[in-house]
Design a protein around this ligand. Structure first.
Ligand code: PEP
Ligand code: MG
Length: 960
């Protein structure tokens, strides 16, 4: 993204004319490596098409589309011309901003400059500036006024508690461009101030981009700190911008009129009371913008000059944005919209000119505002429906076919297919009359409301019931209905209005990259789709009565967590990988699952009988009776084997020739510790401590963490506990710890890299761990260590705290081996660590350069790849040479084919999901250490995971 800073400025430039200035700019861009030679011709050609003079002494030369390939790095260079350069049309330029951009990134720059352009006489100040810093100050312009308009007010919002209400407020601020990531967590840490009448106040000045005030009221009265909550103000404060509004609010409260705000049912009332910008209710019309580079300076100027033909005001906004419309007479305001190709513009005109002005403006936009435009692709009327892989063109696999997928959760399952694929809906975008359309919508909503109610009543599982209660609240959200109603009165059909509003709100929530809101967005789309299906008369496939096989495109962890394991016999996904977190949850729930079966499974007819083998990764479509019988026999054998394994679950895992390997449990919560011991765990080999952090709205304090850790240690009764310190970032963001967006989060700030940046969080966790252990067997390990220095910093912090707390006892400190550099550095690290635990999920991802959740590639991310085995082997050899132990805690440790190899590589401990413990122990008992060593030695010489799997299958003569 284009940003401006003082380092990009070259002061005191001189040029005889525009051409000479362009030459200087071209040279500056080239010298700094932003563009390759030849870009100057692009600057000149663009200037020949039309002046890039922007106003207030500023020009923004940039290349033509056909010179974009010469851009090497997006950026700008600014040349200051104190004496000015004639830019044509009697315009004098004091600042030329040369842009190197591959697409329409300069729209963002225009938005940044709009404040400068809106000022009375910036040109003079630009000319007089003496230093880059002074120039930057001019560019940053006058202080911004407080933003308070319809988009920042939410009345009767469906929320369950104060924290959610707060998120609703900050969501609005973020959407309006007032704040950036991190603002919410700042606010969450502050104390809310009660203002009386159930009104509350919170404000923050960090991460504020422009001042703004959001006001949100809950659909149902809430309580916070023992007092009622009927409305919450969230202020993004900056300078003095809020002073007038605060005066008004204070007067209102002093006059005892706070209740008017708390009980307001119209946004207009709130805005009137607080002096916010009122939405206009003039006639309006919409038109999509087709200009290739959006509403940049040239087309905006054309629009602006059009306004001169009418004796009245015309305003515009981006239709989906909800923001207050801006006057088309103001170039700076038009540019500040940042409208892009494909976005819908909504024009408003004063009633006396509307009949002439709106058609004229629409025509001008359609004709391209002085630019030649390519027509936009046809609008797809399925906003509610998630982007579907081209399911319609797929052919379902034929009866009797067996597909190879990725085994994600063990077990055999059969049952009718219940494919959940996005449906397509066809409908007329225009309605009969607002009343008739509203009635249709009401009927559809009532019908779906009744269905959801039945689901609430019928579900045995609390978490699932809660999901449906949320769906009910979303269905009744007055804000959504209000918005839909507005669209109906503009002539939309019920389907069009409903799908547009749901799609827009859901996309906004998703765009905020907030876990909670993203989940709500998925819920909203779900509810939206059901209502739309009803309106269109499309029957949604009903879930079969008997246990079924759920077939989906991709499945998120929360999808799996909500499944009713009584009704879902198995899961098949078209995409996804075995080490994705959803697969891990499926295993924890004990539901057999296959992932990455290919998109054609999405075309399966509902009800088709499926046979799923979660160990071999096989999916048989409409299996013949004898295959089903054979599977049934296998299932019985496995059950028997499982029973035998369970009977011996408390015995050690000892090979036939007497070698013992420890088998421990992987836990994702503290409650599971007791059950793990019941299932034969000899300790906990990996406590994924993130869950403590993920479950709360703010960073958990030491006392609450201590209680959680103590619970596990108590349940373990002296058995060792290996805890991994907080591992977030990448695919696991925390609601209150927003991580700046990274192009490649898996290679970004995650695991120990992140916690070392926020030592307070890490210190609190370490204190809680040490205090909870109080001398008991505690092993602390750090995730994602890739550098010696990271390990040393984390270790030193732990030892310092141990001394500080004066805790002695059975403490070991180690690292997870998840990054290849840690394995390669094992001989050095082994001199300092107490132990290693190999996280094969990430180690495989990084060694093979395959995203573990990649929709199509993750099938190849097999931890039995010889390259991964080599890394494990190096780690074990280095550890044993220094008298340290090595565990494996990735999913590979429970893989029946991997167990002999890990044993043969002399790994000391396997840590697996608690349910897998009996079978893993049983597997070890069937093996010989001497043959396992040989097998592992041979595997290390092979070239692919498939060869390794074939070797194991052949050597052991069976695959369990
Ligand atoms: C691993 O990477 O193997 C591991 C155990 O950690 P997680 O799956 O939680 O990333
Ligand atoms: Mg990991």
């Amino acid at each position: 993204m284009l940003e401006l800073n003082a380092r990009q400025i070259r002061m005191d430039q001189r040029a005889a004319d525009k051409q000479a200035a362009l030459v200087l700019l071209g040279a500056a861009l080239e010298e700094d490596g932003l563009v390759a030679a030849g870009y100057l011709a692009g600057l000149q050609a663009r200037e020949a098409q039309g002046s890039t003079y922007l106003g207030q002494g500023i020009a923004i030369p940039h290349g033509t589309p056909d010179t974009r390939h010469l851009v090497q790095r997006t950026g700008v260079r600014l040349l200051h011309f104190p004496e000015g350069v004639q830019w044509g049309d009697n315009q004098t330029v004091h600042l030329a901003i040369g842009i190197a951009a591959k697409s329409d990134e300069h729209l963002h720059l225009l938005q940044l400059l709009t404040r400068t352009l809106g000022e009375a006489d910036t040109s003079h100040a630009l000319r007089e500036a003496r230093t880059p810093e002074a120039l930057m100050q001019v560019l940053q312009g006058a202080p911004q006024p407080l933003l308070l308009d319809a988009q920042l007010v939410g009345l009767g919002v469906a929320v369950e508690d104060f924290d959610e209400l707060l998120l609703q407020g900050t969501r609005r601020l973020k959407k309006a461009g007032c704040v950036e990531s991190g603002f919410t967590s700042g606010l969450q840490q502050g104390e809310a101030l009660p203002l009386g009448d159930g009104l509350w106040w919170l404000h923050g000045g960090e991460r504020v981009l422009r001042p703004g005030l959001a006001f949100v009221t809950p659909a149902h009265e809430l309580h916070h700190a023992g007092a009622p909550v009927r409305g919450l103000f969230c202020l993004a404060s900056q300078g003095e911008a809020q002073r007038d509004m605060l005066d008004r609010l204070c007067n209102l409260l002093v006059d005892g009129r706070g209740g008017e705000l708390a009980g307001a049912t119209s946004v207009r009332t709130v805005l009137e009371a607080l002096g916010g910008e009122l939405p206009v209710d003039w006639p309006s019309a919409r038109v999509p913008l087709a200009n290739p580079h959006g509403l940049h300076a040239r087309p905006a100027q054309v629009l602006m000059s059009l306004a001169k033909n009418f004796a009245g005001e015309i305003r515009v906004r981006i239709a989906e944005s909800d923001s207050a419309p801006v006057s088309i007479r103001s170039l700076s305001k038009l540019l500040s919209l940042g409208a892009r190709r494909g976005q819908m513009l909504e024009f408003f005109a004063e009633p006396q000119i509307a009949a002439d002005a709106l058609p004229a403006v629409l025509r001008a936009v359609e004709e391209g505002l002085g630019e030649s435009v390519e027509p936009l692709p046809a609008v797809v009327e399925e906003a509610v429906v998630e982007a579907a892989p081209a399911a319609v063109e797929l052919t379902a696999p034929a009866a009797g076919n067996t597909l190879q997928a990725i085994a994600a959760s063990s077990g055999i399952a059969s049952g009718p297919a219940y494919p959940q694929v996005p449906q397509k809906f066809e409908f007329n975008p225009r309605g009969q009359s607002p009343e008739a359309e509203m009635l249709r919508l009401e009927q559809a909503r009532t019908a779906i409301g009744t269905e959801i109610e039945a689901l609430v009543q019928g579900s045995q599982v609390k978490a699932i019931r809660e999901i449906f209660v949320t769906h009910q609240a979303l269905l009744d959200d007055p804000e959504l209905i209000e918005e839909v109603q507005a669209r109906l009165s503009e002539g939309d059909s019920a389907e069009a209005a409903w799908s547009t509003v749901i799609g827009r709100v859901a996309s906004q929530q998703e765009a905020l990259h907030d876990d909670l809101l993203a989940e709500r967005a998925a819920d909203l789309r779900d509810v939206g789709r059901r209502v739309l299906a009803r309106l269109c008369g499309v029957e949604a496939a009903r879930a079969p009565e008997q246990p079924y096989i759920l077939v989906m495109g991709e499945v998120g962890p929360s999808d799996v967590a909500r499944l009713d394991s009584q009704r879902v016999a198995g899961i098949v996904t078209a995409r996804g990988g075995a080490t994705s977190h959803s697969a891990i949850i499926a295993r924890a729930l004990g539901i057999p699952a296959l992932v990455g079966a290919g998109d054609e499974v999405l075309a399966l007819e509902p009800g088709t009988l499926l046979l799923l083998d979660g160990d071999r990764g096989l999916l048989t479509v409409a299996p013949p009776a004898e295959v089903l019988e054979q599977a049934e026999r296998q299932r019985a054998e496995r059950r028997q084997r499982q029973e035998q394994a369970e009977a011996r679950r408390h015995e050690p895992a000892q090979t036939r020739d007497g070698h013992v390997i420890e088998v421990a449990a992987n836990l994702g919560d503290t409650a599971g510790a007791k059950q793990a011991v019941e299932l034969g765990a000899e300790g906990v080999g990996l406590l994924r401590s993130e869950f403590i952090f993920m479950d709360s709205a703010q960073a958990p304090d030491q006392a609450s963490q201590e209680a959680e850790y103590r619970r596990v240690l108590d349940a373990l009764g002296g058995r060792p506990l290996v805890v991994r310190t907080l591992d977030v970032g990448g695919d696991k963001p925390l609601p209150y710890w927003p991580i700046p967006q990274e192009e490649n989060p898996f290679l970004g700030v995650r695991g120990v890299r992140l916690t070392l940046q926020r030592p307070q969080i890490m210190q609190t966790q370490l204190r809680a761990l040490l205090a909870a252990a109080d001398g008991r067997a505690l092993r602390i390990m750090f995730p994602m260590v890739g550098q010696l220095e990271e390990w040393r910093q984390a270790r030193d912090m732990t030892l310092r705290l141990k001394d500080e707390l004066r805790i002695d006892g059975d403490l070991q400190i180690g690292i997870m081996v998840e990054v290849p550099s840690a394995a390669l550095l094992a001989p050095v690290l082994a001199r300092e660590v107490d132990f290693f635990s190999v996280g094969t999920n990430d180690l495989t991802q990084y060694a093979l350069a395959i995203d573990r959740g990649h929709p199509t590639l993750s099938a190849q991310a097999d931890g039995l790849h010889p390259a991964v085995l080599q890394l494990i082997d190096m780690t074990v050899r280095a550890a044993h040479a220094n008298g340290r132990w090595v565990g494996v805690c990735g999913e590979l440790a429970a893989d029946a084919q991997a167990v002999p190899l890990l044993l043969g590589l002399e790994v000391d401990e396997l840590s697996v999901s608690a349910r897998s413990i009996p079978l893993v122990k049983q597997r070890v008992r069937e093996l010989d250490m001497s043959s396992a060593r040989k097998l592992a030695g041979t595997a290390l010489t092979l070239g692919s995971a498939a060869e390794v799997r074939a070797l194991v299958a052949q050597a052991l003569g069976e695959v369990h």
